[in-house]
Design a protein around this ligand. Structure first.
Ligand SMILES: Nc1nc2c(ncn2[C@@H]2O[C@H](COP(=O)(O)OP(=O)(O)OP(=O)(O)O)[C@@H](O)[C@H]2O)c(=O)[nH]1
Ligand SMILES: [Mg+2]
Length: 327
């Protein structure tokens, strides 16, 4: 009996083939099993997949002692990590080049970038990590690439406004969707320990200086996901400052300046915390063990008068200054 496998199944299979980490392979195989048509013709294949899946879940095979280096694992530094996703030649490296000091390869030919390249982008006094990536196409993804997106804070879907925006959106969002990378509030996909698989995503429309007529509006209109859109041109600088601010807002973080008792606050190097963090969270960020000895705190900034004594559960705001007293 014919198996009549569907495009969804083939996409999941493609994900499995391009997955290089053990966890990613499990996720991909679970997806294959979830989307495979369930009829007599696929009975053997399903049994085979279930067998392979339980083998995978037993743990990775031990292959000698050599440790493999995963070039797609980019350790996060700074206040947040933003990873670019785009088609060949769409302008990803030019964005990272314009906003950071990273040594990226901007080139007028496709597939110029082969591995992730992180750089630090400054927004006021905050450092945010931007990661340049190799391109993807509708039928090519570098093996292991999905791993970089899986652990980032924000995915920037780069759309070249000088090319077919609808086609780019279709391919790029499909890549994210088939790998459970699009955060979906209605049906949040989670891993074995309950962490969300989807990442917060926005569309970064670039090459505004040579955009086709109405391309930005068309991209917004043809996107069937509730994503935010930003327009930039690294070439002319258009929208670049607004983009830094946008990324800071999207990360949903605040800056807090620590003030040692009797001394001025350190205004050069803020601590960054998630929106909603309180005084105790700040103490934990500064020093996990000392945090248990936190006795009292004074704050300057939003909703307090200067130097007000605040409770340890006092919720902090962007640019607050806090003086911590330990017992
Ligand atoms: N006019 C104009 N050209 C741009 C802009 N951004 C990038 N380019 C040009 O577009 C070409 C591709 O830019 P890259 O940044 O190398 O593209 P990429 O997405 O990194 O390409 P891959 O590494 O192949 O994925 C280069 O010739 C750039 O000079 C822009 O804002 N305006
Ligand atoms: Mg590149």
């Amino acid at each position: 009996m014919p198996a009549n496998l569907t495009p969804d199944y083939f996409k999941a299979e493609e994900w499995y083939r391009s997955a290089t980490t053990h966890d990613e392979k499990i996720l991909a195989m679970e997806k294959m099993l979830a989307v495979i048509p369930k009829h007599k013709g696929t009975e053997h294949l399903r049994a085979d997949l279930r067998r392979k899946l339980s083998k995978l879940k037993e743990g990775p095979a031990q292959k000698g002692k050599t440790k493999q280096v995963d070039i797609f694992h980019v350790p996060r530094t700074g206040a947040g990590q933003v990873v670019l996703l785009g088609m060949p030649n769409s302008g990803k490296s030019a964005i990272v080049h314009a906003l950071t000091n990273a040594k990226v390869n901007v080139a007028d030919f496709p597939f110029a970038t082969h591995a992730p390249v992180p750089g630090m982008m400054k927004y006021e006094d905050v450092q945010i990590q931007l990661v340049d990536m190799p391109p993807i196409t509708d039928d090519f993804v570098t093996p292991g690439q999905v791993g970089t997106y899986r652990t980032c804070d924000l995915i920037a879907v780069v759309i070249d406004l000088a090319e077919d925006v609808e086609e780019q959106l279709l391919i790029l969002l499909d890549f994210l969707e088939t790998r459970n990378l699009l955060a979906d509030e209605e049906t949040p996909a989670v891993d074995a320990v309950g962490n969300s698989l989807g990442r917060k995503t926005f569309c970064l429309c670039t090459k505004a200086d040579i955009a086709l007529d109405g391309a930005f509006e068309l991209a917004q209109k043809s996107c069937d996901r509730p994503l935010e859109f930003v327009k930039i041109s690294p070439e002319t600088g258009e929208g670049m400052d607004a983009f830094r601010r946008f990324v800071f807002d999207q990360l949903e973080i605040i800056r807090v300046y620590a003030k040692p008792p009797g001394k001025p606050p350190d205004m050069d190097d803020p601590f960054t915390l998630p929106i909603g963090a309180d005084v105790h969270d700040l103490a934990r960020t500064i020093h996990r063990e000392l945090a248990e000895k936190l006795k009292s705190a004074k704050a300057w900034g939003t909703d307090v008068y200067d130097g007000q004594n605040v409770h340890l559960t006092h919720v902090l705001h962007d640019k607050d200054i806090v003086e911590l007293h330990f017992s």
